[in-house]
Design a protein around this ligand. Structure first.
Ligand code: FAD
Length: 494
């Protein structure tokens, strides 16, 4: 596609063009507008909201005066993959969120604990307690909103109303195809496609990329993400367009191999996977060979890509994909194995409260003996029996000498047995164009690409370890930073 200025396609003008209308796009647009810029948002899907609207809606608010300590904590988690001043900007921005919300007529409330007492599910406690007591530095919040809406839609209600009330122009089913670059390298707009028609939108001040991640871009996943295959729980619109557009104008990329990945079940009938949680501790994970491989209760909820990506170079396979979760009757009865508030399947399938419908569908396997279980799961009976013997002995003695699982979380597995196949299930990718503390997209020489900004999941600040609620925080914090700095550019003198 030729995006040269001579292109004879319809043309419109704005100050700031925001590409992608999820939380980050909404916040960038609101902020740029409030700083005096004319803003246009383009969104490729017929319905706005992106991954954001399928999220659990949790974000983190750093406690007063805790941002310096929080930046240090983030630095330790990220092993040098993100410059320190970017974390400082994030931590300071998070500390200001409460004030920003109330200035816009919103209110923050403690999150709805959909996963309380869940194993694994350290979302309640410190995510990485061996590094720092992070939950003493920030609190997880959701936006206050209509009680009948799940938390993410309460936030969307708040943000989209703020966008509408400002009269910001939104173009749906309008896909940005290519950024437009002036002779001096400045980004001065984009070519977009609507109903098969191309159109040029000039952005006199700046373009903000908020087009989310690449969870539905098989080629990018194959190239960059370690676990294979990896499933996805969110919106189908996130196909990595922003990565490609940024690359084409010379952006450096970062964090392409990082994801927020849970465990989940992929039913053939549904495109997206169901995230799976256990609400009682009577469960273990075994690999393709029926062997346990980890303390199942100690993993931060979002870091399962690290666990599943274990590769066996002798047999040339990922022995943990799929794994089996095997659990007891008490765990089955403790509640539905998935959540009702989040995920693309939220509006498509209602998981039964007692998991019985999913047993009937064959999604959950039930067996009265270990021999039968092994047969149904295609595992060697002797191996499975040995795994059970070792695990149940640990429960009886209160000591898991193999994986050191906490004695309080060791619960005997007795018949009947239940099992569900587990895949790594991404809630989001983290990679994309590298950005600085001012949300400017930068090139491989660390120079900002003039007038190009990014916020949210596309090129997020998160490196190797992710602490839950951090992506939405980032949408809000960097959405604000990008909106402010984009609107502050002097009008382009072409
Ligand atoms: C099940 C689930 C639960 C989650 N829970 C949480 C949570 O509680 N807390 C948390 O912090 N994170 C959570 N996340 C992750 C979080 O939702 C995302 O990281 C975040 O919403 C990303 O927001 P965004 O605005 O950057 O992108 P999105 O909300 O994905 O928006 C990007 C938009 O850009 C559009 N777009 C893409 N390409 C183009 C193009 N070429 N032209 C125009 N538009 C384009 C997309 O269609 C999309 O609407 C969860 C994710 C899932 C799936």
């Amino acid at each position: 596609m030729n995006a040269s200025p001579e292109m004879s396609i319809p043309h419109m003008e704005t100050d700031v063009l925001v590409i992608g209308y999820g939380f980050a796009g909404a916040v960038a647009a609101i902020t740029a507008h409030d700083c005096g810029a004319k803003v246009v948002i383009v969104e490729k899907m017929p319905r706005a909201g992106g991954n954001s609207c399928y999220s659990a809606g949790n974000f983190g608010v750093v406690r007063p005066r805790a941002s310096a300590a929080f930046a240090q904590y983030l630095d330790r988690l990220n092993l040098g993959m993100t410059p320190y001043d970017v974390f400082e900007a994030y931590a300071q921005g998070s500390e200001q969120l409460e004030k920003w919300f109330s200035a816009l007529g919103g209110e923050l409330v403690p999150r709805i604990s959909a996963l309380a007492n869940t194993f694994p599910g350290v979302v309640e406690g410190p995510a990485f307690p061996k590094i720092a007591p992070s939950r003493k530095m920030f609190d997880i919040r959701i936006a206050k909103g209509p009680a009948e809406l799940p938390p993410a839609l309460r936030m969307w209600d708040f943000l989209s109303r703020n966008v509408s009330k400002r009269g910001i122009e939104i173009q749906l089913s309008c896909r940005a195809r290519e950024l437009t670059r002036a002779a001096d390298g400045a980004i001065v707009g984009a070519v977009v496609e609507h109903n098969g028609q191309l159109r040029r939108i000039s952005a006199n001040r700046a373009v903000v990329l908020t087009c989310g991640g690449f969870e539905n871009a098989p080629e990018l996943l194959n190239n960059f993400v370690a676990s294979k295959p990896i499933m996805f729980a969110g919106s189908p619109g996130n196909t990595g367009d922003g990565v490609k557009m940024a690359q084409l104008v010379g952006a450096d990329l970062w964090h392409m191999a990082q994801t927020a990945t849970l465990i989940g079940y992929k039913a053939a009938e549904y495109d997206a996977a169901f995230c799976i949680f256990f609400r009682a501790p009577g469960f273990i994970y075994v690999d393709k060979y029926g062997e346990r491989y980890i303390d199942e209760t100690a993993i931060e909820l979002h870091d399962f890509d690290r666990v599943f990506s274990h590769f066996d170079p002798v047999n040339i396979e990922y022995p943990r994909i799929p794994s089996w979760a095997i659990f007891n009757e008490r765990t089955l009865k403790a509640g539905p194995l998935t959540w009702s508030i989040a995920g693309y399947n939220r509006d498509k399938y209602q998981w039964s409260a007692d998991n019985q419908a999913e047993i009937d569908r064959g999604w959950i396997v039930k067996a009265a003996t270990l021999d039968l279980l092994a047969e149904r799961l295609g595992l060697r009976s002797e191996t499975l029996k040995h795994t059970f013997y070792t695990y149940n002995t640990a429960c009886e003695t209160g000591k898991d000498s193999v994986f050191d699982r906490e004695p309080t979380s060791l619960e005997l597995l007795r018949p009947p047995y239940y099992a569900i196949p587990l895949h790594p299930v991404m809630v989001n990718t983290q990679g994309g164009p590298k950005r600085d503390a001012r949300a400017r997209v930068i090139d491989p020489n660390n120079n900002p690409i003039p007038r190009l900004y990014a916020a949210g999941e596309l090129g997020s600040i998160w490196g190797p370890l992710y602490d839950g609620a951090g992506n939405l925080t980032e949408c809000l914090v960097f959405g604000r930073i990008a909106g402010q700095n984009a609107s502050g550019e002097t009008p382009y003198d072409s």
